[in-house]
Design a protein. Structure first.
Length: 591
């Protein structure tokens, strides 16, 4: 059954950015079951009877129960169980602040630039049967709120020399996004908001972990929630992405009907206030050649976390490719959306005619594959940054998977002020998940993707510091492959997958970035000097006794507080990257 229904993709995980068979075998029942029934793999799952599905899951993971007994052992003692939220949050959103700067001062982080010269691992937590550590934590005082997507749980962790759990929130399906933190309108109640794989937004009490409301926001069954929701005033702003890109190439799929959106919810109840659609609903548009109709327009999913511009009354998001031709004018774009009404105030389209379905990379003649347009997948997946230039003018910074960084004018309909290309870009290459801004410089990481034919289209992995006022590149760092010693057994793709894909973080005068081959690095933001490097795939002992292994550093996770630097390690969703189940805390040794 695996051979017949899954192998064509999952045996070629590296080329198709799908988890490999080994990674599928490391997953939890809940994750696979959800994917095959209501989630990303529902199309494949539909072809199986319940018995066949059960047999297939048996083949993948057997029937052993996963034990979460470690959580009972790591419970805080009564004196450490209290969640004190009387101080301002250190990390409240994906971008730490509403402008997505991803910047912490030495005081906020409890870490100075010089501390990176003598950082050590303080402790590590491992999560049973997790393969992808995708969600960024929020931090308030000494409590860190960490969603572990694959475990379907969110932990309130007391950060100290010996971590412990204050409370645990359990979801009935796996989680997905990072956490937003804030106060419920008209009350002093502090809350956390995040999304699960079923597009449900969860609002819970930050002091106790008690649920407040849960609301599903999908437009179709292939809608997805990826970017971290933002809680602002009496609203929660939720970006909507889509997984139709991964299943649309299948000739049995009615292609394509899903598009991206931003949804404003009432923070008190979860009721929808407005929905900003990236395009009109899809309709049948033409015979695809076998009497069945192609549907469109579709695509422009939103993977970014909204960036708030209170002064102009808008939020900014980036969009991705079209999934059917012709591509809508809102694809591969930056959108400025009115905070009050959800109307699109302006849009900047960086790439037109980008029509992409993952399966069409290997099977160009599929009935749903585009005959016009360009197969690029050049999303804006990195959250937009609203930056202030040294001369006081605001600029909107947007990094694209095309490898281009743009500075746009928020006062002139998103007119391009400058742009800089760092390479050709690719489906997960270029600027993938984020930028960081330190007040003068924007830091742009570059990822690479070898592609199905193994040829990367002239992409070079790196980290670039760029002057925000001129677009001048101030320094660049280029990682080199490291297959020394037994790294090649720990990191199968150590020779080729070395890109920088996650969102960087600025701490005092240092910029911290992870790489797809498992290295965590910190650089002097001024000079680019490498201050600290740590291989997160090295074997280590975990504080909770669960066997752990590190892998790719991806998406977003690098945060800091109380003198600790935190990072997730492991990302098996993309086949070429190493899975892992670690959450690591670093601390500066006495010099
Ligand atoms: C047409 C290609 C294709 C086929 C066929 C396919 N998959 Fe997938 N699968 C993917 C891709 C691509 C992803 C990664 C999606 C992403 O990251 O958004 C994925 C992801 C998954 C995931 C992880 C979902 C999550 O995010 O939690 C599971 C589990 C999975 N597949 C199981 C299966 C099983 C079991 C089968 C066979 C019944 C199957 N897939 C068939 C392409 C495929």
């Amino acid at each position: 059954m695996y051979q017949r229904t899954c192998a064509m993709c999952h045996d070629h995980g590296e080329a198709l950015r799908a988890p490999t068979l080994a990674t599928l075998k490391g997953m939890r029942y809940q994750q696979i079951y959800f994917a095959l029934t209501v989630g990303k793999m529902q199309g494949q799952g539909k072809t199986l009877s319940p018995t066949q599905r059960a047999d297939l899951i048996d083949f993948l993971i057997g029937r052993a129960q996963v034990s979460d007994a470690w959580t009972a052992q790591l419970r805080c003692t009564a004196d450490r169980r209290k969640v004190d939220l009387s101080m301002p949050a250190t990390v409240a959103d994906f971008g730490f602040d509403l402008q997505n700067h991803r910047h912490l001062t030495a005081e906020e982080a409890g870490i100075k630039t010089a501390d990176f010269r003598h950082m050590d691992l303080a402790w590590a937590l491992a999560f049973p049967r997790a393969t992808t550590m995708r969600a960024q934590a929020a931090v308030v005082g000494s409590t860190l709120f960490l969603p572990v997507a694959d475990a379907s749980q969110l932990y309130a962790i007391d950060i100290a020399a010996r971590p412990c759990l204050k409370w645990i929130y359990k979801s009935d399906v796996p989680l997905r996004s990072g956490v937003g933190y804030g106060a419920l309108p008209g009350s002093h109640r502090k809350v956390l908001v995040f999304a699960d794989v079923g597009t449900r937004i969860h609002m819970i009490d930050a002091t106790t972990g008690a649920p407040i409301w849960k609301h599903a926001v999908h437009l179709t069954s292939l809608s997805n929630t990826t970017g971290t929701p933002v809680l602002l005033g009496d609203r929660v702003y939720v970006p909507l992405s889509a997984s139709e890109i991964n299943v649309g190439a299948d000739a049995n799929h009615l292609c394509c009907t899903t598009h991206g959106a931003v949804i404003a919810l009432d923070a008190s109840t979860g009721a929808v206030i407005w929905t900003a659609h990236t395009m009109p609903d899809a309709k049948p548009i033409r015979d695809r050649g076998d009497g069945q109709m192609m549907w469109g327009p579709s695509g422009a999913p939103i993977w970014t976390s909204p960036t708030i511009d209170e002064k102009r009354g808008v939020l900014y998001v980036g969009t991705g490719e079209a999934t059917s031709a012709p591509a809508a004018p809102t694809t591969d774009s930056v959108l400025a959306i009115d905070l009050k009404t959800g109307a699109i105030r302006w849009r900047f389209q960086a790439t037109s005619d980008d029509v992409f379905l993952t399966g069409c990379m290997v099977k160009h003649d599929g009935l749903n594959c585009p005959h016009e347009g360009r197969l690029l997948d050049h999303d804006f997946g990195a959250s937009i940054v609203l930056a202030k230039r040294p001369d006081g003018r605001d600029v909107v910074l947007a990094g694209q998977k095309s490898g281009t960084l743009y500075a746009l004018d928020p006062d002139d309909q998103g007119k391009v002020l400058w742009q800089h290309s760092f390479g050709a870009g690719s489906v997960i290459g270029g600027i993938h998940w984020g930028l960081a801004f330190d007040g003068a410089r924007v830091f742009a990481p570059m990822n690479t993707f070898p592609g199905p034919d193994g040829k990367d289209a002239g992409e070079v992995a790196g980290l670039h510091a760029v002057a925000v006022d001129s677009g001048t590149v101030l320094w660049s760092y280029y990682p080199q492959p490291d297959c020394s010693g037994d790294r090649k057994t720990r990191v199968r793709t150590c020779a080729s997958v070395i890109g920088l894909t996650g969102a960087p973080t600025v701490i005092d005068g240092a910029v911290v970035e992870g790489s797809a081959d498992g290295f965590l690095r910190a650089f002097d933001a001024n000079t680019g000097e490498l201050l600290f490097q740590f291989d997160t795939t090295e074997p280590l002992k975990t504080a909770n006794g669960v066997p752990g292994s590190g892998g790719a550093l991806d998406n977003a996770s690098i945060v800091a507080a109380h003198g600790y630097l935190f990072v997730n390690s492991g990302y098996g969703l993309i086949g070429g990257q190493t899975p892992g189940n670690l959450f690591l805390a670093f601390h500066a040794r006495a010099p």
